[in-house]
Design a protein around this ligand. Structure first.
Ligand SMILES: Cc1cc2nc3c(=O)[nH]c(=O)nc-3n(C[C@H](O)[C@H](O)[C@H](O)COP(=O)(O)OP(=O)(O)OC[C@H]3O[C@@H](n4cnc5c(N)ncnc54)[C@H](O)[C@@H]3O)c2cc1C
Length: 433
């Protein structure tokens, strides 16, 4: 099984890759460098941590196995959503009310940080506000109502609709209820990742592509080794998402078994008439249902439907992906049934057992960020900032997250897939019933 192999193959077809000019790759690391901090991974988490540390005066190197944003950050649904994949429950149960409230406030801060960075660094990434939550059937509508009441109680203005009124938010017969809010929204994730990289480099960060970290020697001084070079540093940040299976266990075996790489997939159609896009989703919001295996979708800035869904627990790409994804899209929007699908791609989300983010330290000087559980577009940015604060001695906010307890997936590295698949099968059965 090669995560990066299948990933790269899919990524060549991604709408995001097709709609940016990347330029030549940054050179791989071929020397021995000594800096303050070494970051593993050039996705949103690693780039954000690097940018924030450099802005605080540290010398920073980022080592990326593939290319900037080639992991989840450059291939996701682009939906920047308030709150956490886990909801507030693990925070309240484990941290108490006050810190759970701090965590909630930080989820809003994470959204604001996106907009601040876009403005500050001039990142052109098709940012759009507006989010529609949808529910199929009465049971799911009740669950959505409860969730939306929770959002409203926390000060988010929510427009609720049922039955015929759902058409206010989305034109489809599929849903029993919907809710719209404008704190959440979406963006072009690869443009945003490349913009973050430019901002980090402008602040002095050096980024090396095609430079997989194969081993990390720990101690007061860290040594990160790649095939042709090494970086010595006082601080390390592991921001590899589902760290490459080839190296993840070698780099940080303690944390590898606490997350499960789960594949999720997106199709991108050819552009449709802008008036059709506006009729189907007024205001061009992003949409997500509340099924266990969810559909998440939106129109791109050039009016392509980007429709996400399906999952794979084996890291193998599901068979007949394009056809089954197109069928799911047509079930929501029959009007798009005949629109050609131009792109199909996927990637891996790092799911933690309780779906809460898993941040912490190995020893005193290696920080790790993982377990975004499909909710990382906004939170990764803030996570990087929290690492920079902690490295510079202000660890209070980082430690709100670091205090959350996380369990290993039962069965360890090899058996976690069958155990998770069984659990997921049960939830899907419940959705179907
Ligand atoms: C298809 C898809 C759809 C999604 N949709 C959404 C969404 O709509 N909204 C949302 O909030 N979240 C979504 N997510 C999740 C979100 O994309 C992630 O949470 C987020 O991008 C994680 O960022 P990251 O920087 O932690 O990881 P990544 O972006 O995966 O970056 C990690 C990087 O580390 C590199 N790396 C790994 N190991 C090594 C090593 N040993 N040495 C050097 N480099 C290494 C990888 O090559 C990679 O570039 C989605 C994810 C996928 C895959």
């Amino acid at each position: 099984m090669s995560l990066i192999g299948s990933d790269t193959q899919l990524n060549q077809q991604s709408y995001y890759e097709a709609s940016v000019q990347r330029g030549a790759p940054r050179a791989p690391l071929q020397e021995h460098l000594k800096v303050d901090a070494v970051v593993v991974g050039a996705g949103f988490s690693g780039l954000s941590a690097a940018l924030e540390m450099a802005q605080r005066g540290l010398q920073v190197v980022v080592l990326e196995a593939d290319r900037i944003g080639s992991g989840a950050s450059g291939r996701n649904g682009g939906q920047a959503i308030v709150g956490y994949a886990s909801g507030q429950a693990p925070f309240e149960a484990q941290l108490g009310r006050e810190d759970a409230d701090r965590a909630w406030a930080m989820s809003l801060e994470a959204i604001d940080l996106i907009d601040r960075r876009i403005a500050e660094h001039g990142i052109d990434c098709d940012r759009t506000l507006g989010y529609v939550y949808v529910a199929e059937g009465a049971r799911k509508a009740r669950a959505l109502r409860e969730e939306m009441d929770g959002l409203a109680a926390r000060g988010i203005a929510v427009d609720w609709a049922e039955g015929q009124d759902v058409a206010r938010h989305i034109r489809t017969e599929r849903y029993a209820a919907s809710a719209r809010e404008t704190r959440s929204g979406h963006l072009h994730p690869l443009k945003y990742a490349l913009g973050l990289a430019r901002a980090a480099e402008a602040a002095g960060v050096r980024i090396f592509e095609h430079s997989a970290v194969m081993a990390l020697q720990r101690g007061d001084t860290l040594v990160a080794r790649t095939a042709r070079g090494q970086v010595t540093a006082r601080f390390g940040v592991l921001a590899g998402n589902c760290m490459l299976p080839e190296y993840g266990p070698a780099v940080a075996p303690e944390i590898a078994a606490r997350i499960m790489p789960v594949g999720t997939y997106i199709i991108g159609t050819e552009p449709v008439d802008p008036s059709l896009a506006e009729r189907l989703i007024p205001g061009q919001a992003a949409v997500c249902d509340n099924n266990f295996v969810l559909d998440y979708y939106r129109f791109s800035a050039d009016h392509r439907m980007l429709f996400g869904g399906r999952v794979s627990y084996t890291t193998r790409t599901p068979a007949r992906l394009k056809e089954t994804m197109r069928a799911r899209m047509a079930a929501v929007f029959p009007a798009l049934r005949e629109v050609p699908v131009a792109h199909v791609w996927g990637g891996f989300v790092d799911i933690s057992m309780n779906r809460a983010p898993d941040f912490g330290r190995l020893g005193s000087n290696v920080y790790y960020l993982q377990g975004f559980s499909g909710h990382g577009v906004a939170l990764t940015g803030l996570a990087g900032q929290l690492v920079a604060e902690a490295v510079l001695g202000q660890a209070g906010r980082f430690d709100v997250f670091a205090r959350l307890r996380h369990h290993r997936f039962p069965g360890g590295r090899w058996m976690r897939t069958p155990s998770l698949a069984l659990g997921m099968w049960w939830h899907r059965l419940r959705d179907a019933v």
